[in-house]
Design a protein around this ligand. Structure first.
Ligand code: ARG
Length: 577
């Protein structure tokens, strides 16, 4: 089945609507102004001005006026661009507006056919087309023995969504967890362990107990006791020189942390492959050597920046990644931009058509704020634990769902297990979505009331919208798989057409979200899709109408695309609510 789907995608995969239109515009531009090399400028129109709009006329006229051109003004250039568009099934009509905007109306039949093909051959045929084949995403990356704070959670959620979007685009993604497992903190921790439990090998991990408290206790001693501080610094050296006892203790501490991190990843449904800072140790000396010769002054330290250089070297030369993406808070932006330009100066990222290749990007994100508008903390001003947040989101969801089901008399149709599972899914999805829907660069305020509301741009609203579509399809009692093959879609009513047009834009939206590394594009798209569906459903009767088959197929296509959006956002869809 999987295999079949992949084959269908390869055979029936299409280019996004926007790309296809750009191709037509490009050809028209060279007919309109031969020899002038102009990039197509195409965007989605404002409502009432066609579907897409080409904005080339004004700048093109500015470039050719006075060169003996016969065009009198930008409007004339716009007319020519419209007339010179090669004939195609895509375009229904064009018109020129204002100073020369070319409005393009897409053929309704073409929209319908495209949706039908997707239903038959699978949503994979709408996979975006990106230029890279292999990308490396460095995300989550907490520090061993320290608390995984909100920043790491954001990094985990944003990174996972980017990874899923790239994977949908058939890019091989190396999901890297660059954990901080080689800092000076280990000298302190190990020394503390040895002094407190001289027999720790026998006691094992019980000696450490709760790693966070253990960390705090050793830090206090480190700050207060000069003698201990000296011994801790010695311990780092012995660890770095590879002494067995130190390595064993280090490994143990890392494992305790790793087990804790894994619980979080499991709960979030996120997969990562750990290659921590320590992994790159052997590569630091040669890499620094190369850099001393070429760019930077050697400081002798095995610090964060040298590790990142060594890691970059490895990712470029051993893992052969074509795009390397780092997801951290915006506070680290400077660090990344500095070391990207160092790498470029060393000749690691040579120029290709005016851009560095391989590509490196820093995906920064803002803070999570509490209701007081300050950094999100608990009352005791501690780091907020993710498990607590998720537990609370889930129990609130459960209470709300129970209330609703009792009110509308449906509670008897639900088993306890179903209630439990559904609340879990909705709660987790709500927390993720509340994070992803914002432009990641801005700070956002964490609010259960907002994220769990069933109105507005929330995951809860979207889950209800999706479940409603599923229930319409169920109620129709038709075999939807058969309908896909035998029935056909028409987009005649203006709300059918608007929905259809939005559906076929899915591919280019994901493409843009991947290119700009902005997951909120996908959230906006999803929200607008469910709004378009809602309008369609209000104005176009489905069950029992003469257009039932076509409209049921539109329902199905909407549900399929919504589910795929959910999937990329790391959210499990609910089919019944
Ligand atoms: N461990 C770092 C932190 O907690 C994040 C690491 C990000 N990745 C990297 N290659 N520098 O801030």
């Amino acid at each position: 089945m999987q295999h079949q789907a992949a084959a269908a995608a390869a055979e029936h995969g299409v280019e996004s609507v926007k790309r296809q239109l750009c191709r037509l515009v490009t050809s028209s531009l060279s007919a309109t102004a031969p020899g002038v090399d102009a990039e197509p400028m195409l965007e989605v129109s404002r409502p009432g001005f066609g579907d897409y709009q080409c904005n080339n006329a004004m700048s093109l006229f500015a470039r050719i006026r006075g060169t003996g051109t016969t065009y009198q003004n930008p409007v004339a250039v716009g007319q020519a661009i419209a007339n010179n568009l090669p004939p195609s099934d895509i375009v229904e009509s064009t018109s020129v507006a204002g100073p020369g905007y070319v409005n393009i109306v897409i053929s309704s039949d073409w929209i319908a056919e495209r949706i039908q093909n997707m239903l038959i051959h699978g949503v994979k045929t709408w996979a975006p087309k990106l230029l890279v084949k292999r990308a490396l995403l460095d995300f989550s990356s907490p520090n061993i023995a320290k608390e995984m704070h909100v920043g790491h959670i954001r990094s985990t959620i944003i990174g996972d969504t980017l990874a899923r979007m790239f994977e949908f685009a058939n890019v091989e993604v190396l999901r890297r967890n660059h954990v901080g497992d080689w800092g000076t903190q280990f000298g302190m921790l190990i020394q503390f362990l040895f002094e407190k439990f001289p027999n720790w090998e026998e006691v094992g991990n019980q000696a450490i107990g709760d790693l966070q408290s253990f960390y705090k206790a050793s830090k206090t001693k480190f700050d207060e006791d000069e003698g201990f501080k000296g011994r801790a610094q010695q311990a780092v050296v012995r660890l770095q020189q590879g002494e067995d006892r130190y390595r064993a203790a280090w490994k143990n501490i890392c494992q305790i942390s790793r087990n804790e991190f894994d619980l979080v990843y499991k709960r979030l449904g996120v997969e990562l492959e750990e290659k921590g800072e320590s992994f790159y140790n052997p590569y630091i000396p040669p890499v620094l050597e190369e850099f001393t010769a070429k760019v930077v002054k050697k400081d002798g330290g095995f610090n964060y920046a040298s590790t990142d250089l060594a890691a970059l070297w490895y990712r470029l030369n051993v893992e052969k990644a074509e795009w390397i993406i780092y997801v951290t808070d915006v506070g680290q932006q400077q660090h990344f931009h500095k070391f990207f330009s160092a790498a470029s100066m060393a000749g690691w990222l040579p120029d290709q058509n005016g851009k560095r290749y391989p590509k490196t990007s820093h995906v920064g994100f803002g803070l999570v704020l509490g209701p007081d508008g300050k950094r999100f903390r608990t009352r005791a001003s501690e780091v907020v634990r993710l498990v607590d947040l998720l537990d609370e989101a889930e129990s609130r969801c459960k209470a709300e769902l129970k209330k609703r089901l009792t009110e509308n008399g449906k509670i008897a149709d639900w088993t306890d297990y179903e209630l439990e599972k559904t609340s879990e899914i909705i709660g987790l999805g709500a927390v993720k979505y509340a994070d992803l829907k914002n432009n990641r660069l801005t700070d956002y305020t964490f609010s259960f009331e907002q994220m769990l509301s069933d109105k507005g741009n929330t995951a809860v609203y979207l889950q209800y919208a999706h479940a409603r579509i599923c229930s319409i399809i169920r109620k129709a009692g038709k075999d939807i798989e058969k309908l896909k093959m035998s029935g056909s879609i028409t987009c005649i009513h203006s709300d059918e057409r608007t929905l259809g047009l939005h559906l076929i834009r899915f591919q280019e939206v994901v493409e843009q979200a991947c290119t700009d590394l902005f997951p909120h594009y996908l959230c906006d798209y999803l929200y607008n899709l469910s709004e378009a569906f809602s309008k369609f459903y209000t104005n176009c009767p489905v069950i029992g109408s003469p257009e039932e088959t076509s409209r049921l197929l539109l329902c199905e296509a909407t549900a399929v695309v919504m589910r795929h959006c959910f999937y990329m956002l790391g959210i499990t869809p609910v089919y019944k609510l």
